[in-house]
Design a protein around this ligand. Structure first.
Ligand code: DSN
Length: 422
């Protein structure tokens, strides 16, 4: 299937080519449910593999520290223009290498070491870079953290407001990595205004849903929007920062020369392609289908007695608390992997277990929707998860093997974008 996919690579480095081929097969045969992953198009893959990667271009279009930027400037300007049009923002910086450096640039733009910053706690669904202790953002800044209510699994805005007014953070982050519900950007903006804080909406997980009109936009509310480009947005591994014109200079200076050197031009090009794809009507259909699939999957899981944090989902992501099933998240995730269903183990809010051995698994529908699976397939997906978790508890490897074969059979009918087909 993948023998001749990369002929030059295979001739030069057969060992590496074999690994790439094996990964192509794995991505083709398995049901990939990690909510932060996706399949990029062949066009995005091709742009990411171009000679643009040979070029250094520290600086910004028209203001570089290296010559020979005739084409690179145009590539970056194209990506910027497309980002601005797609999200309706005044300014976009497309140079951050990925989400964590993008967020670090925001700290550099608006805060000094030791300042107080506020974000959602990592075990509650936030991100490391929102001031969590083990991250540089929690070591070099004073991170104060909010969470979700234990009884509802939802953010308690009275608690967030009280904390913000007491701590007066320089930055407030909203968004995260394990949030199954719509983010109320307007409520966060009101709190940030009262507290005199800069509101940063980290929409990495939901950028594609926003672009496709399947989640409200932070644009009228947030001072800065941070996003990766490789999750629901279906672009290359990279990131963008977007803001109003008043913050443009501070953001640009923080990214370069504050934090990074030369931008990865091949990634910028692939980002431009993904942004073009995300502006097409078909992407709106995709974004809404991601949510419809997640909601259908949540319903099917609830019908099978699973406990979902917050009781379901509004977006692409479902956080399953396996405590009632008496199967730890890690055991379940590893068993599902053997069954051809790729998920990640995850803490759930108020998890009594440790982060490396937590109570939950996190799943999502961006990848399966990219392959064309629809709501009619979600009962089968829920059934496989159910049987997989049961088999994880009983150690039934034969059952896992049976699921793997069934998964591979269905996946064969839904070729993934960007993967070789024969
Ligand atoms: N690692 C990403 C995720 O999986 O959600 C967030 O950075």
């Amino acid at each position: 299937m993948t023998k001749n996919s990369h002929p030059s690579l295979a001739a030069t480095d057969p060992e590496l080519a074999a690994l790439v081929g094996a990964e192509e097969r794995l991505q083709a045969e398995t049901l990939r449910l990690i909510p932060s992953e996706n399949y990029v198009s062949q066009a995005v893959l091709e742009a990411a593999g171009t000679v643009l990667q040979n070029k250094y271009s520290e600086g910004y279009p028209g203001r570089r520290y290296y010559e020979g930027q005739q084409n690179i400037d145009q590539v970056e300007l194209l990506a910027i223009a497309r980002a601005k049009a797609l999200f309706g923002v005044e300014h976009a910086n497309v140079q951050p290498y990925s989400g964590s450096p993008a967020n670090l640039a925001v700290y550099l733009a608006f805060a000094e070491p030791g300042d107080t910053v506020m974000g959602m706690a990592l075990p509650m669904g936030g991100h490391l870079t929102h001031g969590w202790g083990v991250s540089a953002t929690g070591k070099w800044f004073r991170g104060v953290q909010y969470g979700v209510r234990q009884d509802t699994g939802l953010i308690d805005f009275d608690e967030v407001r009280e904390l913000a007014l007491k701590e007066r953070p320089k930055l407030i982050f909203c968004g995260g990595t394990a949030l199954p519900r719509t983010i109320d950007f307007a409520a966060f903006a009101e709190i940030a205004r009262e507290a005199g804080a800069v509101l940063v909406a980290d929409v990495a997980h939901i950028a594609g849903l926003i672009a496709g009109g399947a989640h409200p936009s932070p644009v009228p509310h947030a001072d800065v929007i941070s996003t990766t480009t490789h999750k629901t947005l279906r672009g290359p591994r990279g990131a963008m920062l977007m803001c109003r014109e008043e913050h443009a200079k501070a953001i640009d200076k923080a990214v370069f020369p504050g934090l990074q050197g030369g931008p990865h031009n091949q990634t910028t090009a692939a980002m431009a392609v993904a942004l073009l794809e995300a502006s097409q009507p078909s992407f709106r259909t995709y974004a809404h289908a991601v949510v419809a699939n997640a909601q259908a999957l949540a319903e099917a899981l609830l019908a099978r007695g699973f406990d979902l944090v917050s009781g379901g989902t509004d977006n692409h992501l479902i956080l399953m608390d396996l405590t009632p099933k008496d199967v730890p998240g890690k055991i379940a995730a590893k068993a599902l992997d053997r069954a051809g269903i790729v998920v990640n183990y995850n803490t759930v809010p108020y998890d009594p277990r440790k982060p490396f051995d937590p109570s939950g698994i996190r799943i999502g529908t961006p990848s399966l929707t990219s392959r064309g699976l629809g709501v009619e397939h979600m009962p089968a997906v829920a059934d496989w998860i159910d049987r997989g978790v049961t088999a994880a508890g009983t150690g039934d490897e034969d059952a896992l093997a049976r699921i793997r074969a069934e998964v591979a059979a269905l996946m064969a009918d839904f070729p993934a974008p960007g993967l070789p087909t024969d």
